[in-house]
Structure formats: C-alpha cells, structure tokens
Design a binder for this molecule. Structure first.
Ligand code: F0G
Length: 457
C-alpha cells in the first residue's frame, strides 16, 4: 500500500474552536503580536511545540491508573527504571520533572572552573544551564546545516574537524561533547551513528565525556535505520541502544519521544557522579524514586517508551513531517531540507526577503499564519536570538531566520496537515504585502516569551 495511515483509531476527542480573521486580529493585537501570549483556546491548530503535547494511548491511560504514589520505593519507579535501563543500558536512572531539570543537575555536578562543552548544537535550555553553571557552550555544526536548501542525510552531525580543532584550542577545559539527537535547533535533523561513534572516540581520547541529549532518540534511530548503511536490518531499539552505548550520560525530556505530557530523566554510568546527582535531586526535585514526578507519570513514560520504538508509529510520524515539507517544497516555499523528525522549518529570511532582520520577518510570518488560518508556530530567528550590538546598538541577526511548525505526536490527522499547508501557501502567494514589526517591550533574557510588538507604520 502506498498510503501511510495513522496507525491508531481515535477513542477520545477534543474540540478545536474556529475563529474569524477579525477575532484573531483583535486577539493578537491584545497579545502584543506575541503568539506565546495567546490563550490556547483561541488557536485552531497548535504547532508551537511537540513537547508535552502528545496524545497518550489507551495503554498509557491504563498505566496511569496503576501508578503508585508511595514517597519512597514506589513500584511505579521500578517499572520506569527497568524500561529506561533496558533501552539505554545506563545503570543509574534518575527521574526528573522534565528535560531541563536533568540538565541543571548534570551540568551542576560536572562543573569545573572554566569548563567548556562542545556540541552539534546545544538546545536553548542546555546552553542556559551550562552558562548558568559558569561554563561555556560551543556549537560546531557541519557547514551544510547553515544552508536551509542543502540536502544532507545527517544534517544534525557535529563537524569532526572543528571538534578536533576545538579540543586543540580548549585542551583539558573540555568537560564533555554534547550530542543532541535529533538536532532540534538545526531543524530536527538527525545525527549518524558514524558521527556519534567518532565524536565519542574523540571525547574519550581527550578525557572528556560524551553526553547524549536524547529527547528525540527514536526519531533519530529511525533515520539511521533508513539512511545509514548497515542498519536497515536492525530494530529501532537495537539502534537506540547502540547510540546510548557511545555516551557516558544522557539527559532526556520524556515530553518528546517519551510520548508523555511531563517528565524526564538523567542516565549515567559513573557511581560517584550519580551519587552527587541524586543528592542534588533530593534538594531540588524529590526523592530518587520519583524525582519531581507522580508515580502515575513514571508509568505513562515507561509505556510511552515501549510504544515510541514501534516501527509503524515511526513510519507514520516521520512521513507526516515529510508530507508537509514535500508539499511546501513542491510549491516553491523555502523550507529547511530535507524534512526533519519533529517539525517543518520555514525559511522566513527567504520567504519574506523584503523585510529586514531587525523588523522580525520570522515573527511576521508566524503571526500571519495565525491571522490567516489560526495556526500557531514559533519564530526561531531574530526575536528569539537577535540582539543589539553592545557598542552601536545595531541589530545583530542570528545566522538563520526560521519559523518552526512542530508536529505534536499522534494528535493531528492528515486533513489537519493539508489545512496547514493550504494556509502556508495562501500566505506565500501574498507575501509581498506583509510588513515588519517593531518591539515595544522586551525583557533582558529570553525576550521572545514576553516581548510586545506592533506592526511598523
Ligand atoms: N533538549 C532539547 C533538544 C529540547 O528540544 C528540549 C525542549 C529540551 C532539551 C528541554 O526539555 O522542555 O522537557 O525541559 N524542547 C521544547 C521544544 C521546549 O519546544 O523544542 P524540557
């Protein structure tokens, strides 16, 4: 069969509310032209994030009813620990309330004066936690990753030559190499096994650790199976296990490939580090057999991890992102190619090439997709990463001006995706009419969450 169907039936549904363009104009104006400040009820199709937005299965809801809420030694913890150990091979499994909590603990216990972390691209919270600990995060993506239209099967890879050079430059200040799979900030692009293996070998030869940020490990494993020689005959679980075998530790947000609405974990080999991590966990998250989660959440994650490696699920998952990317590419809409694992990234810099970076073309596009069709996504460009030059005050733009449409797992059907594509094409046809935005309020950090803007006169 050529048609790849959603490999599930729908047992429980949630209504979504239609609004008119006039209503959306009023709502967005009241929200300071910032999509984060909307009420989610006023969004028709919400592609803001794939994090924590998955539909859980009947088996996960059933597992939730089995959740045991004992403070210490809950059986739900042991179900969770068994599942995560089976998948990752780490002896120490430490639950946390989400991915960034695992990052905070790990980068605190690893910290040394002047430490440097080298990565394919550190995700924002990873970078923020590294910098908060007083260390430095350096991104070393391959050159292809900077060109949205260049197709490369593993565009999430770390540049091994730059990695060698960075080891030369920073020497034993390098505490770890951080590999993010898939590479979210680079467009949800996968990392090859060969690249992981080489990065791990290099790290170990220089007494540095390899940390795997494995939020989207199953999507990455699927790409390895289908794009890398020698993996076609292996199961996704076997591939994932090999990926984890190159790491000394992992941080994971179970809100992505855990198919859960909350949760995360830290996995590691080293007994001494694990003891320090658990001590910090008790201070900030909770006792080591629940770590900031309810017992029922641990059960939902364990079941989610069993389901996410299912190949009919992954085939549908990766295809739905590719389906939207293909439709846009065929119509000439500039998108990041090839399709990534969890999101379609529009190249807003090329889409709205008449709007200068300081007038926030990515945000203009994200807003227009909401105004036109009630579809919400997130800008990953000048609003999120741009800044004023310290000397001149002039706008310093990030290398890419993107708009992300992240696809929640098992939530939307093909007709929703067709609708999204229609909205994007409609806006593309009249892109020349769109005008820039100016900022009227911004916070000193992470300004994109709370900034207020207005259309340029
Ligand atoms: N690492 C990566 C690669 C991520 O994408 C995220 C979250 C985190 C770590 C942090 O996990 O949210 O559970 O604390 N990404 C979300 C997103 C927020 O929309 O891409 P968290």
């Amino acid at each position: 069969m050529k048609t790849i169907i959603e490999p599930f039936r729908i047992k429980s549904v949630e209504p979504i509310r239609m609004t008119t363009r006039e209503e959306r104009e009023r709502l967005l104006r009241e929200a300071g032209w910032n999509l984060f400040l909307l009420h989610a009820n006023d969004v028709l199709i919400d592609l803001l994030t794939d994090s924590g937005t998955s539909s859980m299965s009947a088996m996960q809801w059933a597992a939730i009813m089995k959740g045991d809420e004992s403070y210490a030694g809950s059986p739900s913890y042991f179900v969770f620990e068994d599942e995560v150990r089976r998948l990752t091979g780490f002896p120490h499994i430490i639950p946390t309330h989400q991915g960034r909590a695992a990052e905070k603990i790990l980068f605190t216990v690893l910290n040394r004066p002047q430490a440097v972390y080298l990565g394919n691209t550190h995700f924002d919270t990873t970078r923020a936690n590294i910098e908060f600990a007083g260390a430095r995060a350096v991104d070393l993506q391959i050159p292809e990753a900077r060109v949205p239209s260049t197709k490369h099967p593993f565009k999430g890879n770390i540049d091994l030559n730059k990695l060698e050079d960075a080891f030369g430059k920073y020497g034993d200040r390098v505490r770890a190499v951080v590999m993010t799979v898939t590479n979210n900030s680079g467009g949800g692009q996968p990392v090859s096994m060969e690249n992981l293996r080489a990065a791990s070998r290099l790290a170990r030869s220089r007494n540095a650790l390899l940390i795997l940020d494995s939020c989207r490990f199953a999507e990455n494993a699927w790409f390895i199976k289908h794009r890398e020689e020698g993996y076609a005959g292996k199961s996704v679980t076997e591939i994932a296990r090999e990926m984890y075998s190159y790491a000394d530790a992992t941080t994971m947000s179970a809100k992505k490939d855990g198919l859960a609405n909350i949760g995360g974990f830290l996995g590691m080999h080293d007994d001494e580090l694990a003891m320090q991590a658990r001590n910090l966990l008790i201070l900030t998250e909770g006792f080591p057999t629940y770590g900031g989660l309810a017992g029922r959440d641990l059960e939902a994650i364990a079941q989610g991890l069993r389901e996410v490696v299912d190949e009919s699920y992954l085939r549908y998952r990766i295809r739905s992102v590719e389906y939207l990317t293909d439709k846009l590419e065929q119509a000439g809409v500039p998108v990041v190619l090839p399709a990534g694992g969890h999101a379609v990234y529009l190249d807003a810099g090329a889409f709205l090439s008449h709007i200068p970076a300081e007038q926030l073309p990515g945000q203009v596009l994200a807003n227009e997709l909401y105004l036109d069709g009630g579809v919400r996504g997130v800008e990953v460009g000048s609003l999120m990463f741009g800044r004023g030059d310290e000397g001149t005050g002039e706008h310093v733009a990030p290398p890419l001006e993107l708009v992300r449409r992240a696809i929640p797992r098992r939530v939307y059907t093909q007709s929703h995706i067709d609708y999204v594509s229609e909205v994007i094409l409609q806006v593309f046809a009249r892109r020349a009419e769109l005008r820039g935005l100016e900022i009227t309020y911004q916070a000193p950090f992470l300004r994109h969450f709370t900034a207020r803007m207005r259309p340029m006169a």
